[in-house]
Write a protein that binds this ligand. Structure first.
Ligand code: AVJ
Length: 320
């Protein structure tokens, strides 16, 4: 028979899954249908995202990566006591590695990500390469409140690169920044990468690449739902559509229904009209002063700011 501890974990997991499925169906019944961006990241989606990062049109990843060695060197001079690095949405841990290379005061690393297998592999590899650093991955949806069961009293450095904060609307971004300030504690700092406002054409191209990888990434969210929410989306009946909405300073990604259709999800039908869209992602862009203002409203004090050439990307260090 199954030992009690295992049973308890299974119960928690299925409650978690049921909550996710209710959330998914509710959003697909709304006036403007939507699927939360966090569902992009199944194994295939995580791989496709890594491919997006290496596309010529997708400047945010490349630009931030080119900034990080200098940022890490500047940080190394600032960090004079042992710290714990906590990354929200850690993915493949490529960026953590750049920080570890320069900031030798990082004694412990807590990467948080929703893509379990992807993170487990990356965390194992990191632990092998840095045997002196404690690596404690957390598999969680970091958009939900989350307690860090602190296994030490080290001051925390929060790390939220890649402009993932751009997925949140302003209200939720503010709430998130407030919440992680509480989670990380009074002594903490936050290093965060934010994409900037720029030419609408440059933005448009970054989400409409020639190779069609972003389209695949967008469509793959449907195949992920087919697996986790018992849905029957036919990917052939949807088209990738991404555009810059200057009124909200955000890229919007949608999936446009190419026909009148009915999709079944968790045994319930969802009707889609020809041309109706499912909104899958927002990617908000901020002027540096706007973002500093938002962070200040959440209780964070600006410590240092790094801007890429032509202000293509921004990285900020805040004190709690
Ligand atoms: C991971 C949220 C920063 O918004 O640019 C890339 C995701 N979507 N191409 C972004 C994404 C389409 C990316 N973030």
């Amino acid at each position: 028979s199954i030992p009690p501890a295992t049973q308890a974990i299974q119960t928690i997991e299925s409650v978690f899954e049921q909550q996710l499925i209710s959330e998914i169906t509710a959003n697909l019944k709304a006036d403007q249908k939507s699927i939360s961006s966090k569902f992009f990241y199944d194994a295939i989606g995580s791989d496709l995202f890594d491919q997006i990062c290496h596309l010529p049109e997708y400047y945010p990843y490349r630009t931030e990566m080119n900034m990080l060695p200098k940022i890490a060197a500047d940080m190394a001079a600032l960090v004079k006591q042992p710290i714990e690095l906590v990354e929200f949405g850690a993915g493949s841990l490529t960026k953590i590695r750049i920080l570890l290379k320069s900031i030798n005061m990082i004694q412990s690393v807590v990467p948080i990500d929703i893509a379990q297998t992807h993170l487990q592999k990356a965390a194992d590899a990191l632990a092998r390469d840095y045997p002196e650093v404690a690596v404690s991955p957390i598999f969680a949806d970091f958009t939900q409140p989350l307690a860090l069961q602190s296994h030490n009293t080290l001051p925390k450095l929060g790390f939220f690169p890649g402009s993932t904060i751009g997925n949140f609307n302003r209200e939720f971004a503010l709430q998130f920044l407030q919440r992680i300030r509480r989670t990380l504690g009074d002594n903490s700092q936050l290093l965060i990468g934010v994409d900037t406002k720029k030419s609408a054409q440059v933005l448009h191209r970054a989400y409409n690449d020639q190779a069609g990888i972003t389209a695949k990434f967008n469509l793959n969210i449907l195949s992920h739902l087919n697996h986790i929410a018992n849905a029957n989306f036919d990917l052939q009946k949807f088209e990738h559509y991404a555009f810059y909405n200057p009124h909200f300073s955000r890229i919007e990604m949608h999936l446009v229904s190419q026909v009148e259709q009915s999709v079944v999800i968790n045994n319930k039908p969802i009707d889609l009209h020809l041309g109706e869209t499912i909104h899958t992602e927002n990617s908000y862009k901020y002027r540096p002063d706007e973002f500093i203002h938002l962070a200040r409203m959440a209780g964070w004090t600006i410590q240092q700011e790094w801007l890429a050439e032509d202000d293509m990307f921004s990285v900020f260090l805040f004190d709690a």
